[in-house]
Design a protein around this ligand. Structure first.
Ligand code: ZN
Length: 153
């Protein structure tokens, strides 16, 4: 047996004005999308905005349902819009935000897998920007640190 070390790195910003302009704009777009959240059951609003390789930005908000398994995360709503409206155009960055708390909300496991699939499909990383309504901002250069050993066929 050989024990292996698994490490991840990310950048932490304390002020949105310290982010590269394209990322701060993307984060603002995700925050704007919070108003489109349908979350009467959890009262946990999530917004996500995706920057595409062609410069387009599409956003999504979480959509809940009384039948909980049918709920859609903001990240997958946004990626679904991307795949439907700009098939073949790689996403290069996604900003994710919530209306609650001060800790950045990380994507759930299912969304991490979907993001990993997009990286695999387009053979390029997607920068992930995370922030709650305010507070610290985390920036990951790829989904890989959030989902090591992701599933691929
Ligand atoms: Zn999710």
């Amino acid at each position: 047996m050989q024990e292996k070390l698994l490490q991840s790195t990310y950048k932490e910003f304390t002020d949105i004005t310290d982010l590269p302009a394209q990322y701060s704009k993307l984060l603002v777009r995700a925050k704007d999308c919070l108003t489109n959240s349908w979350s009467p059951y959890s009262d946990y609003k999530v917004g996500a905005a995706v920057l595409l390789d062609n410069g387009q930005v599409l956003a999504g908000a979480n959509q809940e349902n009384a039948a909980y398994p049918m709920c859609l995360c903001a990240e997958r709503v946004a990626l679904g819009a991307v795949a439907s409206q700009f098939p073949g155009v790689p996403p290069v960055a996604m900003a994710i935000t919530t209306a609650k708390g001060s800790e950045p909300a990380a994507p759930c496991g299912a969304c991490r897998q979907v993001l990993a699939e997009h990286e695999y499909r387009f053979k390029q990383p997607i920068t992930i920007i995370l922030q709650a309504q305010s507070g610290v901002i985390y920036v990951f250069d790829s989904v890989k640190p959030l989902l090591p050993f992701s599933f691929h066929l």
